[in-house]
Design a protein around this ligand. Structure first.
Ligand code: BGP
Length: 477
């Protein structure tokens, strides 16, 4: 039995390009779906259909200006002792419209500089290829990932990145939280990479399955090509993990929870095993869902299985049987219930550290693959005191409780965990709401929800706490 975390455990932090870079029109970057998002999640659908509207505020345009300030920020990550830094490559910096045949050299150069800066500081870059920042042109022109043409566009983008950074980046992930789109009841899911918004009369479920399939095939093809470019690459999938518990021990609730888990996590089966579980195929047949699924797709899925499971963990859910005859007629937005045993954040996210241990064990039991917790964190309002200090003990408490459970999973349960990168290690724009004031960082950034502020950086109490956690390899919590 191990005593603690492995010696080479990858402690670090995670961000996504669109949530912190800014520089939305610099270096010949194109417009992404994130660039048309306003503040307030309810505006997402309008934003995506209307594009840029005069007089509106678009938080990602400047974000926290990491595009110009990255050296300063990486120096702070180094000070905390980061072994790795997870970010994404903005697709629109490399292919501004997404469908060009030649990449944009200025964009490629930016990431060369960024990765060099990380490596110079002893920080290993961990890269997500698609993190909710699809070229907007691919939505307006092609309808997003419902269109199979996007498979080729993604593979081209991925191939360019693998070739260019093959000696700088070892750890990759294809699609961030690919399974978030399972909730097709949202009109437009900014939390997905699919670029899908639904219209009146659409068969949403069918469109979702097709888009998800196209992404899974695109991912598999990219993985296969990546291994040809550099066999030492480690390529993972990225799953949003919110375990769904049965609300009671009523067998109907238990079965409901099991089915809800299947519908939310079958993506992992396809990524890891290279084929669909039978319950999905049966579900398609029963509901008359037709997904274009070629013989070549079958081969590609098998040839492009992932090396590890990257996942985010923020919260857990609970579910009650909804009375319908089929356990497959389930709607996340209606059937989830409040868990009376846990507290929630100001945004209603249920805080459940044990759920992280449960998730690690669940993945281990289901897939027996190495895992990487690439997001975990506490979005909260922070207060800057008169002397400039920021006492975020609630964040420390959240992270400490989660790391404790992660440690139990490693030490007692023996799960295979590669690393831990808390989300939003520096304050950034919220993906779900566009707010700046839903903060996750160890580093405070002076900017508010309206875009006002100096953009100055400041260390929160959690900065010093996390530094000590890393230094002691998770012993001092
Ligand atoms: C995950 C995303 C991130 C991130 C995080 C927190 O779903 O991968 O991009 O933003 O959630 O969510 P939010 O920003 O809405 O608080």
């Amino acid at each position: 039995m191990s005593k603690g975390f492995p010696k080479d455990f990858l402690w670090g932090g995670a961000v996504a390009a669109h949530q912190l870079e800014g520089g939305w029109q610099e270096g010949s970057k194109g417009l992404s779906v994130a660039d048309v998002m306003t503040v307030g999640s309810s505006t997402s659908y309008r934003s995506i259909t209307e594009g840029i509207v005069d007089g509106e505020y678009y938080p990602n345009h400047e974000a926290i200006d990491f595009y110009h300030k990255y050296k300063e920020d990486i120096a702070l990550f180094k000070e905390m002792g980061f072994k790795c830094f997870r970010t994404s490559i903005a697709w629109t910096r490399i292919f501004p419209n997404g469908d060009e045949t030649e990449p944009n050299e200025e964009g490629l150069q930016f990431y060369d500089d960024l990765f060099d800066e990380c490596l110079k500081n002893g920080i290993e870059p961990v890269v997500t290829l698609s993190h909710f920042e699809l070229p907007y042109h691919l939505v307006t022109e092609y309808g997003g990932f419902r269109n199979r043409k996007l498979i080729d566009f993604f593979v081209r983008f991925a191939t360019v990145c693998f070739k260019r950074y093959k000696d700088k980046v070892k750890y990759w992930m294809t699609f961030n939280e690919i399974n978030n789109q399972a909730n097709y009841n949202e009109d437009f899911a900014p939390f997905t990479n699919s670029g899908i918004y639904y219209k009146e009369g659409d068969n949403r479920e069918e469109i979702m399955y097709q888009a998800a399939h196209n992404e899974l095939v695109a991912s598999a093809r990219a993985v296969k090509i990546a291994k040809e470019i550099n066999p030492d690459f480690e390529i993972g999938c990225m799953i949003a993990m919110c375990p769904i518990y049965p609300a009671t021990c009523n067998p109907k609730d238990i079965l409901m929870a099991q089915k809800a888990m299947e519908l939310r996590y079958y993506f992992t089966d396809v990524h890891v095993h290279g084929f669909y579980p039978q319950y999905i195929l049966n579900n398609w047949e029963r509901k008359g869902i037709s997904v274009e699924f070629t013989e070549q797709d079958k081969k590609d899925l098998l040839d492009g299985t992932v090396d590890y499971i990257g996942f985010s963990y923020y919260m857990s859910f609970a579910i009650k049987h909804n009375g319908s005859d089929s356990y497959y007629d389930y709607d996340e937005s209606k059937d989830l219930v409040k868990n009376p045993y846990v507290q929630a954040s100001d945004w209603g996210w249920q805080i459940d550290p044990e759920g992280l241990r449960y998730s690690l064990n669940w993945f281990q039991d289901m897939y027996n693959k190495p895992m990487f917790i690439v997001e975990n964190g506490f979005g909260a309002y922070d207060k800057v005191e008169e002397d400039g200090s920021i006492h975020d003990e609630y964040r420390i408490e959240y992270l400490k409780a989660h790391i404790e459970q992660m440690k139990l999973a490693v030490v007692e349960d023996g799960v295979d965990l590669m690393g831990y990168t808390p989300w939003g290690c520096i304050d950034l724009v919220s993906a779900g709401t566009g707010e700046m004031e839903k903060r996750y960082g160890f580093i405070y950034v002076d900017k508010d929800n309206k875009g006002e502020g100096s953009l100055d950086r400041a260390k929160k109490d959690s900065f010093y706490w996390y530094k000590d956690v890393i230094e002691s390899n998770g012993e001092n919590l």
